[in-house]
Design a protein around this ligand. Sequence first.
Ligand code: C2E
Ligand code: CA
Ligand code: CA
Ligand code: CA
Length: 278
Amino acid sequence: RSGGNGFAFFEVHMQDGVRDQLELARDLRAALEAGGAGLALHYQPKVAGDTARVLGVEALLRWQHPRRGAVSPGVLIPVAERFGIITALGDWVIDEACRQIADWRDQGLKLRVAINLSVQQLRQPEALLLRLEQALARHHLDATQLSCEITESVAMADAAATERVLQRLGELGVSLSIDDFGTGYSSLAYLRRLPVSQLKIDRSFIQDLETSADARAIVNAVIELAHALGLEVVAEGVETEGQADVLRAKRCDKLQGFLFARPMPAQELARWAMQSQS
Ligand code: C2E
Ligand code: CA
Ligand code: CA
Ligand code: CA
């Protein structure tokens, strides 16, 4: 109002942001109370490096807000974490993923589904384990059909506590992957102790594969390290044939990215998987 007063402008703007977040939080609570109205999981295939067969899918959260349209998880997850809704939202994701695995099974489609876990879910291990057990039991699923992705920075933040939770998830039979690998600061000694079976190389390295010798060196080193430790490697965010060629040449086990398929609604994914399987 005073013209050129940057501070006042910023303050107004900031309040808008907070009001926005509060509104999203309120609407998200309402959506969860209504059994997940407007929420959905979309599924993105992880394909075999050598044959392009679908070996599993990652579940990614989508929210169609009643007035604002699509709200991306990049916005939604931080709001849910900040306003204490992430556990309820994470529980919804667990239930929905298990329901979907059972649904596909009944259609004759066997797919392992990976869900993303937030740091706050790991901080409440009893609640998390109970929810997983209940969801698996309700749909008569084998725990091996579900896997959990945990980002490297989360896994390394509180190493001792994380190790205990992951041990118990592992005992349940759920397989574990370290997401966004290469962006955190993993202690390799610690990594070796965790019951994880998969490393996902962060998209930023894949993006630079064709243009940066450093990125190629890092990707190469991660693949070798993973294989030496008996872990499987997935490259995320593969967008070009050139990137896929480099990754295949380096024997990357699985590839995921827009080159193969975008995240899609369950029905579409089923059609896609059956087509690519035949
Ligand atoms: P993420 O786990 O690293 O998931 C990969 C993200 O990259 C997804 O974005 C996916 O749509 C996108 N992606 C996949 N292939 C490509 C590609 O070839 N190129 C590009 N540019 N992007 C690609 P999305 O769905 O917006 O999710 C963003 C992040 O939100 C996820 O990153 C994950 O950390 C978080 N998230 C999503 N769903 C959930 C959930 O159910 N629970 C929790 N806690 N976090 C979730
Ligand atoms: Ca992920
Ligand atoms: Ca990732
Ligand atoms: Ca990422």
